[in-house]
Unconditional design. Structure first.
Ligand SMILES: [Cu+2]
Length: 86
């Protein structure tokens, strides 16, 4: 469990740090969030909130509104990271 968590957090941080390099990485962020939810135990409240932001983010991404999408996906990742206690 803790090794998976470490890998997940590493992926999240890498994704966050890559923001200035890649123009848009909404699908990568969404994937990281999905992996996180699959591998980390979080409360139903956190899961619901994270999934809502994930879905809103991907909807914005599909609509071509990538800045908005990344804001929502970043917020979802922040909530997930907080939920891990790191
Ligand atoms: Cu996008």
């Amino acid at each position: 469990m803790s090794r998976i968590k470490t890998m997940f957090v590493t992926a999240l941080v890498a994704s966050a740090l890559s923001a200035p390099v890649l123009a848009y990485h909404c699908p990568l962020d969404a994937k990281a969030i999905e992996n996180g939810l699959a591998n980390i135990q979080v409360s139903d409240e956190v899961r619901t909130k994270v999934m809502q932001l994930h879905d809103e983010g991907m909807a914005a991404h599909k609509a071509g509104n990538h800045e908005d999408a990344e804001k929502k996906l970043a917020e979802a990742m922040r909530i997930l990271l907080n939920a891990t206690g790191m």
